[in-house]
Ligand binder design. Structure first.
Ligand code: SF4
Ligand code: MSK
Length: 626
């Protein structure tokens, strides 16, 4: 079918074209329509120069040299306002990741106490490793006893008032020394977030550099704290991902089965929904109602969690959430926290789809709220799945339009799985980097954003990197974009440069490795730290770069900040709201290099972005004498 230019420009994904045309036909709006209705977006907001931090304002600083106010009522300049706004974004992003980590610690605690309604400790090896890291004795103790102590220890990290957080010491010594020298070696993430909120209150910290440093400190507490705890404890509870095959894109929805979408971020609920979907009683009920089975699929990072661990198919990334509902084939979309559009309430009301919220922290207009509690996890999950199955009878087959596209992928590349693929040690990877077969590593992550063509930046940046022998590791919505175009198949090695191609072919791995959800960027930090320590250098010395081509969330601001604070040059594809301050912009794009050995760059064109990353990698290779 031929689609209008307007539709084609919105995405490179054919399922998006098809479903946007379908939305038009049905008179339904999506994020793209709402984005257009928002134009022109507020110029003050785009520049980051609007302040609402007290009720003498709102104040906005004129970007014009010769006209308009240059100070807020309190005297705050554009530099102060931009810096304050930016670090409040970091605070929100770090809070989201870290609260996710805290919930996992809670689930571990409940499980260890025997109150985890269906959860168990699946990766005892990782439990032992983490216990050793925390100096928890394991000798002659049950896994529950060890888990109880571990849960207590990681819980305590969040509110730690003084002293380092444990996982931050996974970073190379040189990096830790630098953090200490700059005064940004973080305490517990809760404390760092509170301090951001305090410092950005009217009349507290009014030094842009001092403000940004606190933002970096909170972000490090996220990356090397809250997020890393989320990843590690998820692995203990649900198993560390191993390579597994699956499918990606809207074509994973099935015309003859009950379709259940899990969407959001935490694995706690989705793990149980997957388990409940295999319950014999519910399968029998589905059959009785004429469905051939129960098909659970994922969206966004909750989807990534169950994709990585169970090979549950992934229906799409952030901007596809509404499109999945518009297929008319979804019995229930079950959500927990983060990246869930409140628009789903209205939209699901146009179909038979049940929109079910489960977290006490995240309620939505138009949603049915069935609160999830870990101590009754399986029973609640079963009730939710039962509701979805019973809803199958209300599906209107005439309203169902499911795109055909679904693409195979090989996922599940946790740090441990990468090591296993390499034969148990990093040495073969280091050898390939030293020989130049692999030029370096790139972490490409982040969201979708209707400001740019959906998936265009993600896919083209990654293709360009692998073509130039850069091995790509990915998480979040970039990972889903790559899976949808076949970049996560070992066969995609054919699209890589000669050196990377041979390495991938000999190991049987794709040139783009799916490392998990947004919090699992902590896995990328762990790999970089291990490589740097093996070479006796800092992370900032490595031929490594990061990118978020289509980012939109505050979590992405925290991620970018902790990645740069860890010494990794990072290219953003959409512009952060900082351009209203030359001082802050210069600090982030140039000044940070001297202080922390890495900077941000902003480059919307993915081909140019790839060049920036490749030339950075080349420079680092040269400095290492490679
Ligand atoms: Fe205006 Fe200052 Fe209040 Fe911000 S803190 S709203 S700049 S008076
Ligand atoms: S889901 S934070 S849109 S990557 Fe993690 Fe995707 Fe960004 Fe949400």
């Amino acid at each position: 079918m031929a689609y209008s230019d307007k539709i084609l420009k919105k995405s490179i994904d054919p399922t998006v074209h098809q479903m946007l045309a379908r939305a038009q036909e049905l008179g339904l709006e999506t994020a793209w329509d709402r984005y257009e209705a928002m134009l022109p977006e507020c110029g003050f907001g785009e520049l980051g120069v609007c302040c609402r931090n007290c009720n003498m304002g709102p104040c906005r600083i004129s970007p014009f040299e010769d006209a308009g106010p240059k100070r807020g009522v309190c005297g705050a300049t554009a530099d102060i306002i931009v810096a304050r706004n930016l670090i409040r974004m970091i605070a929100a992003g770090a809070a989201a990741h870290s609260d996710h980590g805290r919930d996992l610690a809670h689930t571990l605690l409940m499980t260890a106490e025997g109150k985890g309604g269906g959860y168990e400790i699946r990766d005892e090896q990782k439990l032992q490793t983490l216990a050793a890291e925390y100096n928890i004795s394991t000798e002659g103790r049950s896994k529950e006893e060890i888990a109880l102590d571990l849960a207590g220890a990681v819980y305590a990290e969040f509110g730690k008032q003084e002293g380092p957080i444990r996982f931050s010491r996974r970073a190379p010594r040189k990096r830790v020394d630098l953090w200490q020298k700059l005064g940004i070696d973080p305490r517990g993430v809760d404390r760092e977030i509170v301090e951001i909120m305090h410092r950005t209150h009217i009349g507290v910290d009014n030094d842009p550099v001092n403000l940004i440093l606190q933002g970096l400190r909170a972000s490090i507490a996220d990356g090397w704290g809250g997020s890393m705890i989320a990843t590690e404890i998820s692995d203990v509870l649900f198993g560390t991902p191993k390579p597994t095959r699956s499918l990606a894109n809207l074509g994973v929805l099935k015309a003859d089965e009950v379709n259940i979408i899990v969407h959001g971020h935490e694995p706690t609920l989705s793990e149980m929904i997957v388990a409940a979907s295999r319950d014999a009683e519910l399968l029998a009920l589905a059959a009785k109602l004429g469905a051939k089975g129960i098909n659970v699929v994922g969206l966004c990072c909750t989807g990534n969690e169950v994709l990585m661990r169970h090979g549950i198919p992934i229906a799409g990334n952030f901007l596809q959430q509404e499109l999945a509902v518009i297929t008319g084939a979804v019995e229930a979309i079950i959500v927990d926290v983060q990246c869930i559009m409140p628009a789903l309430g209205n939209l699901t009301g146009c179909f038979h789809t049940k929109f079910i919220s489960t977290s006490p922290k995240a309620k939505f207009p138009g949603a049915i709220h069935i609160e999830f509690h870990e101590d009754q996890a399986y029973d609640i999950a079963k009730e939710i799945v039962r509701g979805a199955v019973e809803n199958y009878r209300w599906r209107k087959p005439g309203q169902v339009v499911i795109p055909d596209e679904k693409v195979e992928c090989l996922v599940g590349f946790s740090t441990e799985a990468i090591l296993a693929a390499l034969g148990g040690s990093l040495e073969p990877l280091l050898e390939q980097i030293k020989s130049g077969a692999i030029k370096g590593l790139a972490g490409v992550v982040g969201c979708n954003n209707p400001k740019v063509q959906h998936d265009f930046g993600h896919v083209n940046l990654v293709k360009e990197l692998i073509r130039n022998n850069v091995l790509v590791v990915t998480t979040g919505c970039n990972a889903i974009a790559c899976a949808k175009v076949g970049l996560m198949l070992p066969e995609a090695a054919a699209q890589a440069g000669d050196g990377l191609k041979v390495v991938c072919q000999s190991l049987g791995i794709p040139p783009v490795l799916h490392m998990g959800s947004c919090v699992d960027i902590s896995r990328i930090l762990t790999v970089c730290a291990a490589v740097a320590s093996a070479l006796g250098v800092d992370i900032s010395d490595l031929p490594v770069a990061g990118a978020a081509p289509e980012w939109m969330s505050e979590k992405a601001v925290s991620i970018g900040s902790y990645v740069v604070s860890s010494g990794i040059f990072t290219v953003l594809g959409t512009v952060p709201p900082v351009l209203g301050s030359t001082a802050v912009t210069e600090l982030l794009t140039t000044g940070a290099k001297e202080a922390i050995g890495a900077t941000f760059a902003v480059e919307p064109d993915p081909f140019q972005a790839a060049q920036l990353m490749i030339s950075h990698i080349e420079d680092k290779r040269a400095a290492l004498g490679l």
